[in-house]
Design a protein around this ligand. Structure first.
Ligand SMILES: [Zn+2]
Length: 125
């Protein structure tokens, strides 16, 4: 995932508290900080819920650590939220600005915000 003027986010895997459990995966900034919970290990069973988990975690990390709404709707400049579209595809949803400037709308599929140089780095410790 790419952010304007920021280093890409990356997935960061850390050993779980319980040695028998799989490692915990967080969505972290380039310098290795994150906010919020690790990804739900059960979401690995479903690509859709895994994507939703990564989207939520990425948003929490950006908003809490970098103090900026992300991602922004290019049309309205508002922070967007993940929501399923009619075909149950996870998309970024913008609340719009009311009747005058535009209704709520879906902007882009999650993962398809910026295809130029998009990547999620993975790293294990
Ligand atoms: Zn919008």
């Amino acid at each position: 995932m790419t952010l304007p003027r920021l280093e890409p986010l990356r997935l960061l895997a850390l050993p779980s508290h319980d040695a028998d459990e799989p490692e915990d995966v967080y969505v972290a900034t380039a310098d290795g900080e994150w906010h919020g919970n690790h990804l739900d290990p059960n979401s690995r069973d479903s690509p859709a819920s895994a994507l939703a988990g990564v989207a939520d975690a990425a948003q929490e990390t950006v908003v809490e650590l970098l103090w900026q709404a992300w991602p922004l709707c290019p049309e309205h400049g508002l922070g967007m939220h993940p929501r399923e579209d009619a075909r149950e595809r996870l998309s970024w949803w913008c609340a719009g600005e009311g009747a005058r400037r535009g209704p709520a709308h879906l902007h882009a599929a999650v993962g398809a915000l910026d295809t130029s140089g998009e990547r999620v780095r993975t790293r294990s410790r």
